[in-house]
Write a protein that binds this ligand. Structure first.
Ligand SMILES: Cc1ncc(COP(=O)(O)O)c(C=O)c1O
Length: 420
């Protein structure tokens, strides 16, 4: 038998990343139920297991009608939706892509792998969203794209970001992976910028287990997104203009097509999204209103005209001076009292060795993070607002189907922890 220590296929840790009720005694939510199981079983019986099956095409139609864009494609995950979006807009070697420093690495990784250099921006300390002033300050003649990320279900200042994009003729890709169903001034997030991308990963508000979605009105971006990941998709089904016709249906031969079973499950989940968002919003708003009585803990701000959705997380801002207690201590006390709360789950990207020091991605001294090619990296202090926020943001329990007294119990527990 292979030595267990050397054999990567034995004794490995498994992990399941499908959404679960946060505090089962306060939250009755079950992300996956009989409807999803029935859909999967039906699809298996119909052998709808590969390709652009009827469920996949229906989901894409429903999604684009809901978002209000002309086009929608599904992908294997949110990361490949973003890859397709960057490729769709022609992001490539030598380009720079702007995104917030406090996002999940998958927002920017696809641009990196296309050869573009990530340029991080600081955040608005009250909303935790991308700071438009820092975005404008970081634009150069190489900036190919700006990626507003609607983190935790909150929305970026899209009027300001759209104005900056328009002024400099730079397209926007909205990363809506945390914000399914969020709106800004009546427009669905994902339809505000040039391309919208969502993750349908297992813990998202709409889950395919693993899956992603891309929407756009930009014909060229759509066709290029199809070229790069939807092998065999286009012919006879979608739009093909003469520009790319000779390359279809094989495109570039890469394959990011979604698994139909996942999309079937997501189609069932999608029907429940409005209800889920209403329940999450009511609970979060009740807790946020109650924070007024807890000195040193305040809700994040929401820009005028923004209507949150998805609610991937429930951040609040802690002030250790006002509470008279360090943030870590407050979190510990609330945890000991039974709440599932924690600090910022994502590292600020400039702290990762990958971006702080750089990395020879393509080997032999090539690629956008190559110190040998002039990549200068980042250091602590480069993003003061994001760094302070990382040390002071507290993630409160995000309940999805709370029992009626849940918000009160959460608030009482937070209040006691703050006074302990
Ligand atoms: C902000 C953000 N962008 C992109 C992604 C990537 O999505 P996926 O995990 O489906 O590839 C995630 C995943 O959690 C995310 O949180």
């Amino acid at each position: 038998m292979a030595n267990k220590n050397l054999d990567p296929f034995s004794g490995g840790r498994t992990f399941v990343q499908t959404g679960k009720a946060e505090l089962p005694e306060l939250d009755k939510w079950q992300q996956i139920g009989e409807d999803e199981a029935a859909m999967a079983a039906d699809m298996i019986r119909r052998n709808e297991l590969s390709g652009g099956t009827p469920e996949v095409r229906e989901f894409e139609r429903e999604w684009r009608e809901w978002i209000g864009t002309q086009f929608c494609i599904t992908t294997i995950n949110g990361t490949s939706a973003l890859y397709s979006a960057f490729f769709g807009l022609g992001v490539g070697p030598g380009d720079e892509v702007i995104c917030p420093v406090n996002t999940w690495i998958c927002t920017i990784a696809p641009a990196l792998l296309l050869g573009a250099k990530p340029v991080f921006c600081d955040i608005d300390p009250d909303t935790l969203m991308l700071d438009p002033a820092d975005v404008e300050a970081k634009i150069t003649e190489r900036t190919a794209c700006i990626v507003p990320v609607h983190l935790w279900g909150n929305l970026c200042d899209m009027d300001a970001l759209k104005a900056i994009g328009a002024k400099h003729a730079i397209p926007l890709i909205e990363d809506c992976s945390h914000a399914h169903g969020a709106k800004y001034k009546g427009v669905m997030c994902g339809a505000i910028g040039d391309v919208g991308c969502w993750s349908l990963q297992g813990s998202k508000a709409v889950s395919a287990g693993e899956g992603g979605v891309l929407t756009t009105d930009n014909v060229d971006a759509l066709e290029r997104a199809c070229l790069v990941g939807q092998v065999n998709r286009i012919q006879g089904i979608d739009l093909v203009r003469p520009k790319y016709e000779e390359h279809q249906p094989l495109g570039l031969g890469m394959k990011f097509r979604a698994h139909p079973l996942g999309i079937g499950i997501a189609r069932v989940q999608f029907k429940k999204l409005n209800e889920l968002n209403a329940r999450r919003a009511a609970y979060i708003e009740a807790v946020e209103a109650g924070l007024a009585d807890i000195p040193g803990l305040r809700p994040v701000s929401v820009y005028d005209g923004a209507e949150r959705g998805g609610f991937y997380g429930f951040p609040a801002i802690h002030d250790p001076d006002e509470m008279g207690m360090p943030t870590a201590e407050f979190i510990d006390k609330a945890k000991q009292a039974g709440l599932r709360i924690g600090g910022t789950p994502y590292p600020n990207l400039h702290d990762l060795p990958l971006f702080a020091k750089g990395f020879d991605i393509f080997t032999r001294n090539r690629g956008p993070l190559c110190p040998g090619q002039g990549y200068t990296g980042y250091k602590p202090g480069d993003f003061p607002n994001a760094e302070l926020a990382a040390s002071r943001t507290v993630f409160l329990p995000r309940l999805s189907d709370p029992v009626p007294e849940a918000a009160g119990i959460v608030l009482d527990t937070l209040r006691s922890a703050a006074q302990a």
